[in-house]
Design a protein around this ligand. Structure first.
Ligand code: SF4
Length: 474
């Protein structure tokens, strides 16, 4: 069973990290970065596509009420049922009520970040309903009892040897460290569950308002099995996933797989409009769409921050992020990791809860350069850092008062020529008390927050001379 995706925070993350993370993550993300570059080079108008995609997403976010109403009308017209879930608890209750009404004992799930967000597996299992992840990566982490560490490759942190050990322990077999054989074992277990399950649960990559169509982009075919074999299909999807029409969809489909895995198109692109038709033998008899808000409406009030909802969850930003590649996904403390997690979690959970995440970036800008929908991630990170430090209409300041005072004083002093020069003489004297060789290994509060993790280089009085030389080139 996967872990509840409650926020664990930066300071506790080390307990969750297996030792192999950097090597496994760097290998996989390196492959994706290379694949993306090759596919992008094949499309001369890639930059124009990015701009169009960004414009469409922004337009949709700014007119979300209109497109959501249109979507709901079309889903209903196609014979589906629409449920509005204001909170995670509402969404869980809707799914549980449906499961009880249909006497469901076994649920098969295709990969869905929205159900991670609401910890649906826990709710189902607490109600005595078996919930089985069927995407291979999700199945592995469900067996391992952890959450995902990458948006599109949830088990990216595990080597084949570690996966074999998990299979052996949890399934009671001798599993070899061979990816083909491991996939065969998983397929064997899952196929039998697909045939027995009474309910299939999915997410969606996009919701097309024009026709009420749910679009799923996958590589394994499990999504198709989950949404066609059981008699009941429930999709849990964030309200931000709506797009206006099929013309828009063609733009996103060109960008998504190229940015995510370096494919021209994913193996399966599935379109679901309502339940099975009267004349058809296949497909679910009932289709329910649960539209999840869970704090999104609040984030929409922020004109810059709401651009987070342009995201199409390709994971490209994580693949190029020097921070993500060195600490792995669990360090972000929530189910969405990488640069997108660093701007998503603090807005959804609030900066008082996830105040470290806006700082989990070097602000190098690599994420914004590859983002297919041009989310200004570094600008949003700086915006959120300001919220942490100074507070705004959406959240109070969470930076401790002494640090805020020191920052304000420093800003004032750095802007005054004479204070800066005086400080440049006094500070090295004060710091010499704590200096050991070329470093300051421990300093008093608030600098101790830094020296707890790494030594501090001593303040150097020669900065002005260095800057002068740099400016004049002498
Ligand atoms: S922020 Fe951009 S690059 Fe990152 S996952 Fe979302 S769409 Fe992809």
């Amino acid at each position: 069973m996967s872990e509840t995706p409650t926020y664990i925070g930066f300071e506790t993350y080390t307990e969750h990290i297996p030792p192999s993370i950097p090597a496994a993550v760097q290998q996989a993300t390196g492959r994706f970065v290379g694949g993306r570059a090759a596919r992008v080079a094949e499309l001369p108008h890639f930059e124009q596509l990015r701009q169009i995609a960004s414009d469409i997403r922004l337009h949709t976010i700014e007119n979300l009420d209109f497109y959501l109403e249109r979507l709901a009308e079309q889903v209903t017209a196609a014979g589906g049922h629409v449920h509005w879930a204001a909170t995670a608890e509402d969404a869980r209750q809707i799914v549980l009520d449906l499961a009880r009404r249909h006497n469901v004992h076994l649920v098969v799930k295709s990969k869905s970040m929205a159900t991670e967000e609401i910890a649906l597996n826990h709710a189902l299992e607490a109600a005595g309903i078996e919930a089985l992840e069927t995407d291979l990566g999700e199945y592995i982490i469900q067996l391992a009892g952890t959450g995902p560490s990458h948006i599109i490759v949830p088990a990216v942190h595990l080597t084949k040897e570690e996966i074999a050990a998990i299979f052996s322990e949890k399934l009671g077999i001798e599993a070899p460290a061979d990816p083909v054989e491991l996939t065969r074992i998983a397929r064997q277990v899952l196929r039998e569950k697909f045939l027995r399950a009474e309910m299939g649960i999915s997410g969606a990559n996009f919701l097309v308002a024009e026709t009420g169509t749910l679009v799923m982009v996958t590589n394994e075919g499990n999504g198709r099995m989950c949404t066609t074999l059981p008699d009941l299909h429930v999709a849990v999807v964030g309200i931000d996933k709506v797009i206006p029409d099929w013309d828009s969809l063609t733009v996103f489909l060109k960008l998504l797989a190229r940015s995510a895995t370096g494919q021209k198109l994913s193996t399966y692109t599935q379109f679901i409009t309502g339940p099975r038709r009267a004349e058809s033998e296949f497909g679910p008899r009932e289709f329910h769409l649960v539209l999840l808000d869970n704090g999104r409406s609040n984030v929409l009030r922020d004109p810059l921050g709401r651009q987070v909802f342009k995201c199409i969850r390709c994971g490209a930003c994580a693949n190029v992020c020097p921070v993500y590649k060195n600490v792995g996904g669990f360090a972000y403390g929530w189910f969405i990791s990488g640069p997108i997690g660093a701007i998503f979690a603090p807005q959804m959970l609030g900066t008082p809860v996830a105040r470290e995440l806006p700082y989990a970036s070097t602000l190098c800008g690599a994420c914004a350069e590859v983002c297919p929908v041009k989310i200004p991630i570094p600008a949003i990170l700086r915006h959120l850092r300001r919220r942490v430090a100074e507070g705004d209409s959406l959240a109070p300041a969470t930076m401790p008062a002494p640090i805020r005072a020191v920052a304000k004083l420093s800003a004032f002093a750095l802007a005054q020529h004479w204070i800066y020069r005086l400080g440049a003489r006094i500070l090295p004297l004060v710091m010499s008390i704590f200096r050991r060789g070329d470093w300051i290994p421990s300093a008093p509060y608030p600098l101790s927050r830094w020296t707890k993790a790494r030594p501090l280089p001593p303040f150097t009085a020669g900065f002005r001379q260095w800057w002068q030389k740099r400016k004049t080139g002498l």
